[in-house]
Design a protein around this ligand. Sequence first.
Ligand code: GRF
Length: 202
Amino acid sequence: MLALAVFVSGRGSNLRAILESSKLKELVQVKVVVGDKLFCPAFDVAKNFSIPVYSVGNKEGFISFDDLRTIFEKLDINLIVLAGFLKMIPADFIKSFSNRIINIHPALLPSFGGSGMYGMNVHRAVFESSAQVSGASVHFVDESYDTGKIIAQKCVDISDVKSPEEIAERVLPVEHQLLANVIENIALGRVFVDNFRVRVEK
Ligand code: GRF
């Protein structure tokens, strides 16, 4: 069983997709959910599955990334999944989980990524660029926003959309599916990082 920590900031639909995925049931266990706020709707999703939640940050009532690392070491966390997590993670924390942190991004990287490119900002930029396809990307996390090696992507035709909201609606179910697929492949030991590329064995 792969021990997972899932980081969230919002409604938690990607978290729910992981928890409800039938193919992941035998392969992974979400041991902890971490947020950058004292409360967000994703915490309720975690609580419904009896998963402990932590708020990480510098303010009162939050735990530090150093304390979080200690908790993760005790829990033997194998993989960290950023599922709509908005806060920048400190470089030393990322280094201690090298190639063990993945992020879901609601567009086709390396376009439409980087600082400020989250949630509806992404879909608005995609809409205004007149791109005819969008999609979802799952990538390893490095020290800057959305630049880590891409593990998997899936395209969505958006040639007929009338609004950024419509793009978001089409991309979200693809995110859920893609993220579960990548976690499954990692759990089954099918994901390798070679020199420049990530290779997923079929
Ligand atoms: C998703 O679109 C995710 O890709 C993005 O933020 C959104 C989070 O949605 N970066 P949810 O909290 O998983 O419902």
